[in-house]
Design a protein around this ligand. Structure first.
Ligand code: NAP
Length: 224
């Protein structure tokens, strides 16, 4: 599947010259598995940041999860498609599922820049704990120059480390005034780790994630 194949209302408007600039949410995550916390995060970002669409990008081979209990990239991609199928503003990309080698965010953001052009505003949306590690990611400075960040937090999250990170990231002349947008999402009390543990211990997972994703997990014996 190619990101260029999707035509939303905004893209139609752009073609007709009614609108020029797109605001795209890039929802990055391992989604192992995807749950309602992720979906509420995407929905909140869409509304709060007036985004035209949110593209979910399940990681292919995450460099920071070597040797961890992780479902295959194809299973995580398919669960993400199932979870988002009924929402016209949510799309799922295979960029990282299909790319060979480790999934580095810089490669993904570069590809999306090529597709959407230099005028589009790209917002990389992910968990605050993931963003706090961004200095250890590949080509951090370039990523920061290509997109803005939305950090989703659970309620009561201590924001002091995020402020410290902003100071380190945005201290050059080019990036002055930039910030990481923090978005509190109560539904993030749900976590993929808890869901995996529940499956392992034969505890219920209904109401934590879409029914179709639950059925997929049980049908394919994931996390057991
Ligand atoms: P993670 O370390 O597993 O997640 C950290 C926290 O953030 C967890 O609490 C997680 O909750 C939450 N989270 C993850 N994605 C989220 C999302 N989209 N919305 C809301 N909460 C989210 O992080 P990860 O999922 O593996 O990676 C996050 C993103 O960072 C991915 O796009 C990944 O490719 C990128 N990343 C890039 C590099 C690199 O380029 N070198 C390195 C690390 C991460 P759940 O466990 O419930 O999801």
């Amino acid at each position: 599947m190619n990101d260029k194949d999707y035509t939303t209302d905004t893209e139609k408007d752009i073609k007709k010259g009614r609108r020029t600039i797109q605001r795209i949410g890039i929802m990055g995550g391992t989604f192992n598995p995807i749950h309602f916390g992720h979906l509420v995060t995407a929905q909140e970002a869409l509304g709060q940041f007036n985004l035209d669409k949110v593209i979910f990008i399940p990681t292919g081979d995450p460099p920071h999860k070597v040797g961890k209990d992780i479902a295959s990239s194809e299973d995580r991609y398919l669960m993400t498609v199932i979870a988002t199928a009924s929402d016209k503003n949510f799309l799922v990309s295979r960029i990282e599922t299909d790319r060979k080698g480790k999934s580095y965010t810089i490669d993904t953001v570069r590809e999306l820049r090529k597709i959407y052009g230099t005028d589009a505003t790209l917002y990389f949306i992910t968990g605050a704990d993931a963003i706090l590690e961004i200095l250890a990611w590949k080509n951090t400075e370039e990523i920061v120059s290509l997109c803005k960040f939305i950090a989703a937090t659970r309620p009561g999250y201590n924001l002091s480390r995020m402020k410290g990170l902003e100071k380190k990231l945005f201290n050059s002349k080019n990036n002055k005034g930039e910030k990481i947008f923090v978005m509190e999402v109560p539904a993030l009390a749900i976590s993929s780790t808890d869901i995996r543990n529940r499956v392992k211990n034969n505890r219920p997972i209904s109401y934590l994630l879409p029914g179709g994703v639950r059925s997929y997990i049980l049908k394919h014996g994931l996390y057991g």
